[in-house]
Design a binder for this molecule. Structure first.
Ligand code: GLA
Length: 409
């Protein structure tokens, strides 16, 4: 596998370079002058197919995006750690030897979870100051949490010279989010962020963790993201409830599917034959999962065959199922999807991430005319606010980035 750890060559977008310059300057304001800083970038992701399948053992098709988390880091002579963010007011300060054992509900839980997972590997390691920032909206379904966790693992790995493989950083990020933060998330997000490759979609089979990079022909299509602006505080609880419901559905259906180890393994005809054993809600949850597994395999076939319209159709099918069976959509997301699907250049659209708010991802033909305006005004007419509608490009994965004005950093 490629080593994605460090790329100090240029090639960052102007937007990222500008943000980085501001963030380095802000770092100096917050933490004072001192030794040179090091900077890291970790992308976010959109998931194109395989909605809510990762924790059900199914296949997923995410793509890393050129929006993400920037970390400006400076090692310290002592074992103190100070965490600040340009995106949230709360900060954290503590000793590496005495990190909190319980999460606090604040953003700093994510990097602390990573530090707790790595601290044993370098008992004498130095502390550091970090300023987190970047251009990834938080809580918008673009995986800001995995972006922070993988980015922290990368920075700590570089500072402490741990020599972690990309897959190990992915594992650490997962451990932080599940074990410390307490979200029962699947494996998709840190894999999507940690193993990204430009102009490729990741095919990840969450049952055996095998993966493959599939090219997405960006000369034909663009990935457009529209943000409802809705951020649900309840999202973590509602997400964990879906995980529990899927588990309950599996517990019932597995007795009719010998050898099944996760809901993905249960054949659809077993659900049809035994739906009476499930409550209405659990039947809907299982139906989404089993049909989405089929759709995701079909989407892979379509992508491999260069049938981007067929791929887009599966994306729109995923959204309908997330709305009607998994019930994780909200009217704002449905409005954006409907507005997009009414436009002739659109091949498919669906909510991205867990749902309950956040963003919609749209697959559109490259020449898409007035799509951004159509989607934004459709939403504004109904909800009175204008959503951000932007083209996202793929990303090449977590890396060290050069401070714009310094060759030596
Ligand atoms: C969130 C979780 C992922 C995945 C998606 C839904 O983003 O973090 O693991 O379950 O929801 O597909």
């Amino acid at each position: 596998m490629d080593d994605l750890a460090t790329d100090t060559s240029s090639g960052e977008t102007d937007d990222l370079a500008g943000l980085l310059g501001d963030q380095v300057w802000r770092f100096g304001e917050l933490f004072g002058d001192g030794a040179p800083v090091r900077c890291f970038f970790s992308p976010g992701r959109v998931n194109l197919m395989g909605a809510h399948l990762d924790y059900n053992g199914g296949p997923v098709m995410p793509m890393a995006i050129d929006r993400g988390t920037l970390l400006v880091v400076r090692p310290r002579a002592d074992r103190r750690v100070r965490l600040r963010s340009t995106l949230a007011p709360e900060s954290f300060e503590g000793e590496l030897g005495g990190l909190p054992a319980e999460s606090s509900g604040r953003w700093s839980d994510y990097p602390i979870g990573v530090l707790r997972a790595l601290a044993d590997r370098a008992p004498e390691a130095c502390g550091f100051d970090v300023l987190f920032g970047g251009n990834l909206p938080v809580g918008a379904g673009l995986s800001s949490s995995a972006s922070i966790c993988v980015g922290t693992a990368l920075a700590v790995d570089a500072l402490w010279k741990l020599g972690l493989e990309p897959l190990e950083r992915v594992r650490v990020a997962l451990q932080a989010e599940r074990g410390f933060v307490g979200v029962h998330c699947g494996i998709m997000d840190p894999f999507a962020v940690g193993l990204a490759r430009p102009a490729h979609v990741l095919w990840l089979d969450c049952k055996d963790r095998s993966f493959e990079h599939l090219p997405l022909d960006t000369s034909e299509v663009r990935v457009v993201v529209a943000d409802t602006g809705v951020r649900r505080q309840l999202a973590k609880g509602a997400f964990n409830r879906r995980v529990a419901e899927a588990r309950l559905a599996f517990d019932t259906l597995s007795s009719y599917a010998p050898g099944a180890t996760c809901l993905r393994d249960v054949p659809l005809d077993v659900l049809e034959a035994h739906r009476g054993d499930l409550t209405g809600t659990l039947e809907h949850r299982a139906r989404h999962v089993l049909e989405e597994v089929q759709r995701t395999f079909e989407a892979r076939d379509a992508l491999r065959a260069g049938d981007l319209a067929g791929f887009g159709e599966r994306m729109s099918g995923a959204h309908a199922s997330l709305r009607d069976h998994y019930e994780v959509s909200v009217p704002e997301l449905d409005c954006l999807v409907d507005a997009a699907l009414g436009h002739p250049a659109v091949l498919g659209a669906r909510l991205t991430g867990a749902g309950f708010g956040g963003c919609v991802v749209i697959l559109a033909r490259r020449e898409y005319g007035d799509l951004e305006e159509t989607v934004a005004s459709g939403f504004e007419d109904r909800f009175g606010t204008r959503p951000k509608v932007e083209v996202f490009s793929g990303d090449r994965g977590p890396r060290e980035v050069r401070v714009p004005w310094s060759e030596s950093a």
